[in-house]
Design a binder for this molecule. Structure first.
Ligand code: CP
Length: 302
């Protein structure tokens, strides 16, 4: 495979290979193994048109731990503000010798478009409301390392499904890996096409929780909706927020996940976010080795 554009492009064997490779690379960065020489002489460009904390820094760290040269490009402060198009920006970066381009963009399909313009590998770091495949891979990695399996796992993805690229990528990847996914949201935060997705849908979080191994909470993405659609924090939290009482209704070994950034007090209470059953910081840590694995598998060949 040359690019990673969609979690749905991965076969079961390919997805398992990424997770197994990430497990092997997880030791790099600790005191005994600082770096691997695998991508020495290769250049990775982080092309970010949208804000990011976790994805951009972990791709940078991952590429550096594999000894690649890393260029961080942010649309803010670049010639994009003078009207330069994505295509011309991409061709400029390619002319400078990019072997891999990690792209985040507000337009769904931007990563796919980019893959048609550049010679190197394109890694989708989030395109609009479409997909975020490395997030789904690091989520699957975290579930497997916490619970020991993915096959047959019952996963509830809760919140703003309508605007979530994380939800779509997780549904595609987790079903490929044999998990059962239920999307839980108010009807206003579900896409009209959701009944064609390979998962179940529920409006009732309390009914789903006792039968769930993993609850993945999502942020309500205010930046992608009109103010009038934004639900009240109190009302949303009452129906779809994860708090201590709801955590107590889940099976004892069930975990709570969140891709970040979290809005404490809305989709997740501070009590749950700081509990040992919440994997949010573990997901961030796993994101580095997972992205190392993806870079290694896509760019590591001769
Ligand atoms: N989960 C995630 O994509 O976080 P960032 O927006 O901080 O990269």
């Amino acid at each position: 495979m040359r690019h990673l554009l969609s979690a749905g492009d991965l076969s079961r064997d390919e997805a398992v290979l990424v997770l197994d490779t990430a497990a092997e690379l997880a030791l790099v960065g600790d005191r005994s193994v600082k770096k691997l020489p695998t991508l020495r002489g290769r250049t990775v460009v982080n092309l970010f048109y949208e804000d990011s904390t976790r994805t951009r820094t972990s791709f940078e760290l991952a590429a550096k731990r594999l000894s690649a040269d890393v260029v961080n490009f942010s649309a803010k402060g670049s010639s994009v503000s003078k009207g330069e198009s994505l295509k011309d920006t991409a061709l400029t970066l390619q002319a400078m010798g990019a072997d891999g381009v990690v792209i985040r963009h507000s337009a769904s399909g931007a990563a796919h478009r980019l893959a048609g313009w550049v010679d190197g590998s394109v890694l989708n770091a989030g395109d609009g409301t479409h997909e975020h495949p490395t997030q789904a891979l690091l989520d699957a990695y975290t579930m497997r390392s916490r619970l020991g399996r993915l096959e047959g796992l019952r996963v509830a993805v809760v919140g703003d499904i309508l605007h979530s690229r994380v939800a779509r990528s997780n549904v595609l990847l987790l079903t490929t890996l044999g998990a059962h996914v239920t999307l839980v949201a108010p009807p206003t935060l579900l896409p009209v096409s959701v009944h064609t997705w390979p998962c179940e849908v529920s409006y009732d979080l309390d009914a789903v929780l006792p039968k769930t191994d993993v609850v993945m909470m999502l942020r309500v993405q205010a930046e992608r909706m009109h103010d009038s659609f934004f639900p009240s924090v109190r009302e949303y939290s009452r129906g779809y927020g994860m708090h201590g009482e709801r955590l107590a209704r889940m099976p004892e070994d069930a975990i709570v996940m969140h891709p970040g950034p979290m809005v404490r007090g809305m989709e997740i209470s501070a009590e749950v976010a700081d509990s040992p059953r919440c994997t949010v910081t573990e997901q961030v840590a796993n994101g580095v080795s997972l992205r190392m694995a993806v870079l290694y598998l896509l760019l590591g060949g001769s």
